[in-house]
Write a protein that binds this ligand. Sequence first.
Ligand SMILES: C[S@@+](CC[C@H](N)C(=O)[O-])C[C@H]1O[C@@H](n2cnc3c(N)ncnc32)[C@H](O)[C@@H]1O
Length: 280
Amino acid sequence: MFKELEKINHRPEPYEFYTAEELWTNEHTAQCMLQYHLNESVDMSSRNRKFIEKSAAWIIDHFAVNKKSKIIDFGCGPGLYTTLFAESGAQVTGVDFSVNSINYAMGTAAAKKLDIEYIHANYLDFESDEKFDLITMIFCDFCALSPQQRAKLLDTFRSILKPNGHILLDVFTLQAFNKKKETATYEHNQLNGFWSADDYYGFLNSFKYEAEKVTLDKYTIIEQARTRAVYNWLHYYDQASIQTEAAASGFEIFEVFSDVAGTEYNSASEEMGVVLKAIK
Ligand SMILES: C[S@@+](CC[C@H](N)C(=O)[O-])C[C@H]1O[C@@H](n2cnc3c(N)ncnc32)[C@H](O)[C@@H]1O
């Protein structure tokens, strides 16, 4: 028992384990995630419906999206943004590794007679000869990746972005990092049965890595037949650090907002919407 508890409470190296697939594509959690995405009043998996509508309308207007615009959305989930982009007339592609979400998105496109290309893939392995005017990655998914994964993804973005194209992503800021506390808790059927349909005990160990500006929510899920850990990493930025990271991959910050709905940048904001362009 003591050894088990030591393992549960062990602090790994930043980004030592990548378990995003277990979180998003496990048969049981993927169903729960889809319910969260589709719940229009909460900011879980996707933001609430009111925000998404405001955000999509702002994106369409701000980037002058028209019938010739080619947009690709990384981590598109069940297509809440891609559907709105396509309804504006744009040519739209969505990429996600959750088959559940992609199937839901395809069903919506078919029902609405929208010609959206959905690609079921890990976006870290994504390659294409196509070029896009706008690349989006929304709800701070960029922060869940290690520095190496982020650099690889930015390289992919460079290879598929048209010369005058834009990237729009949102990230957590240091204001959010400063609020985060280290904690250790456990709960029977933690998060209302989110982790399994069977009975389980869920431990949550939250760690902060001050130097790296990274946090980890480490979930250890103990069922009768198995024990597994899921690692939810987040990296937090200020304008200087996102600028440095973008520049290392050949991008510059073109604009900064407090969110992906065009709200003016405010240094107290816990999130930042960033528009990147390739350095010429
Ligand atoms: C926080 S949700 C955001 C969904 C969507 N962008 C929105 O705002 O409605 C992150 C999405 O990224 C997907 N995802 C996470 N890691 C991925 C990866 N490595 N490859 C492909 N999809 C990924 C998940 O399945 C999920 O749909």
